[in-house]
Design a protein around this ligand. Structure first.
Ligand code: 5AD
Length: 369
């Protein structure tokens, strides 16, 4: 059967997979074939980093956003959200918590702002984090910025950056964003991140209205062509207060189906790009609180981002419905994570930065050229 022939090719010569092959892998003929796909991807993950998962403490430091993405709960026009920016103290306390918990790295995420004050604030945060007695690998996720800003933030100590393309299909990108969002603009920003020397991550939402298997195969080709170091993707989840969420509310078992599709995307991405970091994202956990992220690991992901921000902020940073662990304190989150990883034979990679191997391979390759 086609599926198994292509899975064999994915194991031995992943560089030769084309869009058609990837589409076949994303759509296994039955449950047994899907299980084989997950196992093949998990084996690659174990080859890459063993039975360990890299951790990043997530700090959602501001929900103020100048963008108006049609799917996102903290979009500019959502006036039901109470807006906040954490104080410097609160942010640094959260980063210190990531260090104390042994997470080895932290992600600073916020809505997008391009004003001077914001750019300065992020720089200042980075400089202060440097003074902490922990060697934290810092990732930023603060949207599209100028090259100058990216360079400033890189110099101030951030070394990774996440900026999702959301969908590599221009048609879908346009359908889920307002007119002032530009597809080429997003791609240019990813190039600027690489130019500024960041380990660069991107990703997509899975199960968007109108998105086909062929579109998702294109997304994976986009990851390969863009030579990304990190991939963060998860199921799309309708958010009640957003235009897209109102237009296409979930029906029946749509969410569970999207979770499976997201797991298949993780698995196929791991097979096509064996040396990148792939996150088992919170959106997986939102659909299946007990084991969503763990299933992500077993499908080939190798990074988890537990929250380290103050619990009181969680409710105001809901990009989608069903955000998990809204009222769990950070130590409890940590304990539960250790236990649930142990249950699948995995352990957290405490006190390591967990850089993506692909970044070093990419730099070496470019030096040779
Ligand atoms: N469902 C799933 N993911 C979402 N994001 C934003 N809104 C949603 C939603 N409704 C994701 C986007 C963004 C990331 C920070 O969160 O992909 O890049």
């Amino acid at each position: 059967m086609d599926f198994y022939r292509i899975l064999a090719k994915a194991r031995s010569n992943p560089g030769e997979l084309d869009a058609g092959d990837i589409a076949v892998l994303l759509d296994p003929p039955d449950a047994a074939a899907q299980q084989e796909l997950f196992q093949a991807a998990y084996r690659k993950k174990v080859e890459l980093c063993g039975k360990r998962v890299h951790l990043r403490g997530l700090i959602e430091f501001s929900n103020i956003c100048t963008r108006n993405c049609l799917y996102c709960g903290i979009r500019r026009d959502n006036d039901r959200v109470s807006r906040y920016t954490m104080s410097m103290d609160e942010i640094i306390r959260s980063a210190a918590a990531a260090g104390e918990f042994g997470y080895g790295s932290a992600v600073l995420q916020s809505g997008e702002r391009n004003d001077r004050q914001f750019v300065d604030l992020v720089e200042e945060i980075l400089l202060k984090i440097r003074e902490l007695p922990y060697d934290l690998g810092i990732t930023l996720s603060c949207g599209e910025q100028s090259l100058e800003t990216y360079i400033r933030w890189r110099k101030a100590g951030a070394r990774r950056y996440l900026l999702r393309i959301e969908s590599a299909s221009e048609k879908i990108f346009r359908a889920i964003h307002p007119a002032d969002a530009s597809f080429t603009g997003r791609k240019d920003a990813l190039q600027r991140l690489k130019d500024a020397g960041f380990q660069t991550g991107s990703g997509v939402m899975i199960g968007l209205p109108g998105q086909s298997i062929a579109d998702l195969a294109q997304d994976i080709l986009f990851f390969r062509e863009t030579d990304l170091d990190m991939i963060g993707m998860g199921p799309y989840l309708p958010q009640d207060e957003t235009p897209l969420g109102k237009m296409f509310p979930d029906q029946g078992n749509a969410a569970e189906k999207r979770l499976e599709l997201a797991l298949r995307m993780i698995a196929v991405t791991r097979l096509v790009l064996p040396d990148v970091n792939i996150a088992a994202t919170t959106a997986l956990q939102a659909i299946s609180p007990a084991d969503g992220r763990e299933r992500g690991i077993l499908a080939g992901a190798n990074v988890i981002m537990p929250n380290v921000g103050d619990v009181s902020r969680r409710k105001d940073y809901q990009l989608y419905n069903g955000k998990p662990a809204l009222d769990e304190n950070n130590s409890l989150i940590r304990e539960k994570l250790i236990a649930s990883l142990a249950a699948i034979g995995e352990q957290p990679g405490f006190n390591e930065a967990g850089d993506p191997q692909h970044f070093f391979n990419r730099i070496k390759k470019n030096e040779r050229i």
